[in-house]
Every structure is written in C-alpha cells, then in structure tokens.
Design a protein around this ligand. Structure first.
Ligand code: FES
Ligand SMILES: [Fe+2]
Length: 402
C-alpha cells in the first residue's frame, strides 16, 4: 500500500493524547453544552465570510450567529476597514438593516429613522428637540472585535478576547497562509438544522475510516480503493487546539463516463478528481508531500472545518443550538468558470459533494438518539480517528476538565 501512515503510527506520533475509550456524555448532556457555549463558543473567533463579499465602501452583508441568536452587520467602512456591529438600533433595539446584503452610504432604522454612519456613529435623530438630554456623539452601534485572516472576516463576541485572531489561528493558520483563497469567487452553499450534537458533525468530516462503507457508492473509489482498502489517512497533524487530516487520493482511479467528461476541463475541483498539481501548495497542505494526497481537512476549533484541495475549497461551520441540535452551514468556493465546459465540471463537482455530505449527515441523528439514552457510556476511536479523540481533549481542556 502506498500510504505513508499505517494504522497505529499516529498513536506513536502523539503519545500524550489519551488513547483510552472516551466518555460520551459530552455529546448529549445539556449542562455540558451550556458550559461549551459559554466557555468555548462565546470566546472563540467565528468566521463570517470573505472580503470579496464587500467590494466597495458601504458594501455590507448580514450574518447570523445562530448559537447566540444574534445577527451581525458586516460593513466595509473604508478602503481598509471592515466593521462588525450588532444589527440593532440603539434607540429601542429594532433590527437596523433588513436586506441580506447591499451597499449604503448610511444605515437608517425603519422604525423611527435614526441614522448611523458606516462606522456605526449615530448621525441623525428625527425630531431631535424631543431628546433634550441626548448627546448623539456618544451613541454608536454595538461593535464587536473583528479581524482578517487570509481574506476571511472573523468576529469575536467577547469584550476582551483571550487571543488575537493571529494567535487563535496559530501554527495551523500560519501554515495555510498563501493558499489562493481569494480566487474562489464562485460560491455555493448548503445549510440545514440537524438533531445532533455539534461535535458529531465535526467528527463526521474528520475521519475516512467510514469511506469504504458509508460512501461505498460514491467516493469509495477515490478516497479508498484497492491500494487503501481501509480508507486510511495520509497524515494527521495536531497544532495547538486545531488539527489537520490529509486525506488519501487514488491516483489510479478510472472515472465513470460522465465524471471523465467533468474532470477533463476541471481537474482537481471535485472531491473525486484529486490530482491537480498546477498550484504550489503552502507548507500546511499535504505537509508530508504525499503523491497520494487528495484534500486536507483543517479544523479550527471549535466549529470551523476548512476542506482544501488544490483546485477548490469549502468550509463547514457548525453552530450549536442545544446539546442535540446544530445548524450546519457549508460554503464552497470555486474559481469562476472560463467557459461552459468548466461550468459543467463545477456543477458536477457540486453534485458529487452534495451526495457525499448527505451520506455523512445520514448517521448523525441516529447517533444522537442512541447516545442520548445514556446507555452508551464509552466510544472507541481508531488510530486514524485521532482528530475526533483530540476534539474530546480540547473540549475538556477549555472546560478545565483535564
Ligand atoms: S428603534 Fe430604531 S429608530 Fe427607533
Ligand atoms: Fe464522509
């Protein structure tokens, strides 16, 4: 077999990780979830979108943070500045902006028409004489801390974030710098609410042990196959709170007829068409430089999963809504198609990805229902399910339970 990693090598590579069977109560206990919400999600940096979505001064979009039931107004207030505000008018709390995206010179509330500049300052109060003690200059929209990483806009809901964004992204962020994220300007999105714990959703994208079985009719031939019958990973790397799984790709795969047509013009954009060698990868992608690499699954703890290949990337964002309920937002980024043949290849890639992730989603509600009975008290992770095991470790560390 041409894998560089064989089963049990990772156990040796990271001897400090707990390799015992692990408790399952963090997947279903409501009190555990409330601690995660407060100590993990409230403190984390959350990705809101890309700078390309704000091309001009005054461009804006709204982004919900479902876990905290709030909406953020993301605005380009100058050539070089992007601001993130709570989308709520300071007068009496109405939603300030109602459109999902657009461009404005100022934001005017539809209730009593108070108006705010692009940098959140209150600039106009209707019938101002009726507010004899009001000092407009002291009133602003509630602004959150925000920052950019490689063109991604991040926000932090904490008044005093424990880490800067660059520190939060850490070594894994540094090792991915330079990837041409900005070229992925054709977006596609899937979204849904699933009756499952957010960690089950993250888990399902972080191991390929299931590929020969759950995906036997879709991606089994490309991410597992005769040379890798167990779907073993190429490599897994733990970096601070984050981790990357390098997924094996079958370079000998013979595509089916329609796949072959799609791959012809769009090599490397499908999860089943690994093999685009046309770009130089940053250090952190396929770090072992395996010839049998297809994609990297990079988890930024807690709930952002970036799946990156040579020709495309997509993100999963998990927003917990309760111990057993999660909103799942998936956003894909492709380079704009140059012609109809490329567009066809892209649509084919999107359909293949949709089918595979629906298979991944298929198990989630069953697992949640079963674990919530309380009768399954331990889980047993394979050597190549290290990323899942490490999620346990990281959650416990943040909750002070190690
Ligand atoms: S709530 Fe916005 S102007 Fe009154
Ligand atoms: Fe899968």
């Amino acid at each position: 077999m041409s894998e560089s990693v064989t089963a049990a090598n990772l156990t040796a590579k990271y001897p400090d990780v707990n390799y015992e069977p692990l408790d399952t109560d963090m997947y279903w206990r409501e009190d555990h979830y409330l601690k995660e919400k407060d100590k993990i999600f409230k403190q984390a940096w959350h990705c809101l979108g890309r700078v390309e979505e704000l091309p001009k001064i005054g461009s804006f979009f709204l982004r919900k943070i479902p876990t905290f039931n709030l909406t953020i107004l993301v605005v380009r207030s100058s050539e070089t500045t992007i601001k993130t505000f709570l989308n709520a008018c300071a007068h009496r709390g109405n939603d300030l902006e109602l459109l999902p995206c657009g461009k404005r010179r100022a934001f005017t509330c539809k209730f009593h028409a108070w108006q705010y500049s692009l940098d959140g300052q209150l600039i106009k109060v209707t019938d101002e004489e009726g507010f004899p003690q009001l000092d407009k200059s002291k009133i602003k929209l509630h602004e959150f801390k925000s920052d950019l990483w490689e063109g991604f806009i991040f926000v932090n809901l904490s008044t005093h974030p424990a880490d800067s964004l660059v520190d939060y992204m850490g070594q894994q962020g540094a090792d991915l710098a330079g990837y041409p994220f900005h070229l992925g300007q054709t977006k596609f999105q899937f979204s849904g609410v699933i009756d499952t714990n957010w960690k089950f959703l993250v888990d399902s994208f972080c191991e390929t042990y299931h590929v020969p079985f759950l995906h036997r009719k879709t991606i089994n031939g490309t991410m597992a196959g005769p040379q890798n019958i167990h779907g073993r990973a190429v490599d897994i790397r733990l970096k601070g709170d984050h981790r990357t799984t390098s997924v094996w790709g079958n370079r000998q795969y013979q595509p089916k007829t329609v796949q072959a047509l799609a791959f012809q013009n769009t090599p490397g954009i499908s999860i089943t068409s690994a093999g685009d060698d046309s770009i130089e990868l940053p250090k952190g992608l396929n770090e072992t430089r395996s010839p049998n690499w297809s994609i990297d699954v990079c988890v930024f703890f807690p709930g952002l999963v970036c799946v990156i290949g040579a020709g495309m990337y997509f993100t999963h964002q998990m927003w917990p809504l309760g111990a057993g309920k999660t909103q799942w937002d998936m956003t894909g980024y492709l380079r704009p198609a140059a012609n109809a043949a490329e567009r066809f290849g892209q649509e084919h890639a999107i359909a293949e990805l949709r089918d595979a992730v629906l298979e991944d989603a298929n198990t989630l509600e069953r697992m949640q229902r079963n674990v919530s009975t309380g009768f399954l008290d331990k889980f047993y992770f394979h050597d190549h399910e290290l990323s899942l095991r490490y999620q346990h470790h990281t959650v416990k560390k943040h909750l002070g339970q190690l």
